[in-house]
Design a protein around this ligand. Structure first.
Ligand code: SF4
Length: 447
């Protein structure tokens, strides 16, 4: 029997109040505070009480996933903020310093703010990204937070109150008009933050209209969410849990395919009774759960962890979907793993699981030109190379055309790679340049 549970958030001001954190030294707690003044920090009672093994702190993966560490900032940034706090500078001063540091942490990677926002009547459609022809991303304004913040989050800039970095719908129906007018769109992905922090009522405001005949071209509704891992009670005992489940059933009965894109970073997140029950209840609605995660140092940086995670997911009926490479933003310096190692971890896990888990794609970079995977490491005419491929491209014609980059052991992202065979550019670069030139966007800013 799973008991009802009240959610309790912990943020920056609660660091001295979380009982489990009192095991740490005052210096360690101060380090958490300093980093949390720059990067967003939020956790909750389920994670602290049920998922983190405090005997294994600081190495515990869920602790690393949700609690700040000193090395997430450079020494310079850390010391600047630490000094400001020690000197007890006024809040406004501290905020200013935090923002200066944040702007140096590449708050919007892959040109998200400028490159992917579509227009309606020559005006940008707020809170929508349309990068690939068939798929449109919608960022509901009420879903721009999460049940806890992942320390590696690539959307961290949304959570730190820098308004000019906010990216969300204005709750008018402009995004619906845009979807209605563009019948090449078959998939809508509601994302955030986490749309499943929204009340059922809000969720319906966004999704219910899409069940009407004028949206027949929208076949697949996806919801990107970390809630099954961070607050599974949402689907089991929360006040609106039964309503959410019934709503999912309604979406499926309407003839749409409902895919819950579950963010899982470690198998521990599927180890509790309530998390398993949440998966069971969601799947019983006819929705499917596809799982995804980036490869994150200190959290899931071994083939064994991934193999076990995929096996557990398949056991509970989820479909492994993406193995991402951590993006170039925020605390990447702490989490990044070179592409060469990422490939070996992916391969090491892939060969350990059955065909049912080999639905997973990766290691994949969501880069400006598209989603690029490292498909292999090979040697041609004595030159060691990365074999790369587009899973999605700004031009769909780029997909499944293997291309090659010189192998190196340190690159962590596509823009650090050099074309192989003494080519000057990758095959897509001129066309990409043209696409952005037409949109008046400086490619150098974003690639
Ligand atoms: S759940 Fe997703 S959006 Fe929310 S903090 Fe984690 S990575 Fe970021």
């Amino acid at each position: 029997m799973i008991e009802e549970r009240k959610m309790r958030f912990y943020g920056l001001k609660d660091i001295d109040k979380i009982p489990q954190l009192q095991k740490l030294s005052a210096t360690e707690r101060f380090e958490i505070k300093v980093t949390a003044h720059v990067l967003p920090f939020r956790t909750n009672n389920y994670l602290v009480e049920d998922l983190i093994n405090w005997d294994n702190v600081p190495n515990d993966p869920i602790y690393q996933l949700t609690f700040m560490q000193k090395d997430m900032l450079s020494d310079e940034h850390f010391n600047t903020m630490a000094d400001a706090i020690k000197k007890e500078l006024p809040n406004e001063e501290i905020k200013k310093i935090a923002n200066q540091i944040r702007y140096e942490l590449n708050p919007h990677p892959a040109g998200q703010m400028t490159a992917n926002v579509p227009k309606l009547d020559d005006e940008p459609v707020q809170g929508v990204q349309h990068k690939y022809k068939e798929t449109c991303l919608v960022f509901p304004s009420s879903g721009q937070t999460c049940h806890a913040y992942c320390t590696f989050c690539f959307r961290w800039a949304q959570f730190v109150g820098m308004n000019d970095l906010k990216f969300a719908t204005d709750e008018s129906n402009r995004f619906q008009t845009y979807l209605k007018n563009n019948n090449q769109i078959t998939d809508v992905l509601f994302t955030g933050g986490d749309p499943m922090v929204m009340t059922l009522e809000k969720l319906k405001i966004y999704i219910e209209p899409l069940l009407q005949p004028e949206f027949d071209h929208i076949q697949n509704i996806r919801i990107g969410t970390k809630s099954i891992a961070y607050w599974p009670y949402k689907y089991v005992t929360d006040k609106d849990a039964d309503g959410v489940i019934k709503f999912f059933e309604k979406i499926v009965k309407s003839g749409k395919h409902l895919a819950i894109m579950g963010h899982y970073n470690h198998w521990v997140e599927l180890s509790t009774e309530v998390s398993q029950e949440a998966v069971r209840r969601i799947r019983n609605t006819g929705a499917e759960i596809r799982t995804q995660s980036p490869l994150v140092k200190h959290v899931n940086d071994s083939a064994e962890i991934w193999a076990r995670m995929w096996k557990e997911q398949v056991k509970y009926g989820c479909i492994p979907y993406y193995f991402f490479v951590e993006r170039d933003t925020g605390a990447k310096r702490y989490f990044a793993i070179p592409l060469s190692e990422a490939f070996e971890i992916f391969r090491g896990a892939y060969i350990k699981v059955s065909g049912l888990a080999r639905t997973v794609k990766g290691p994949s970079m969501s880069a400006l030109p598209g989603k690029v995977t490292v498909d292999g490491i090979t040697e041609i005419n004595g030159e060691k190379l990365f074999v790369l491929n587009f899973l999605q491209g700004r031009n769909p014609e780029w997909c499944k055309r293997p291309f090659f980059a010189k192998y190196d052991e340190t690159s962590t992202w596509l823009d650090q790679l050099t074309p192989a065979f003494n080519e000057k550019k990758f095959f897509f670069e001129d066309e990409l340049d043209k696409i952005f030139h037409e949109d008046h966007i400086e490619l150098a800013e974003v690639f």
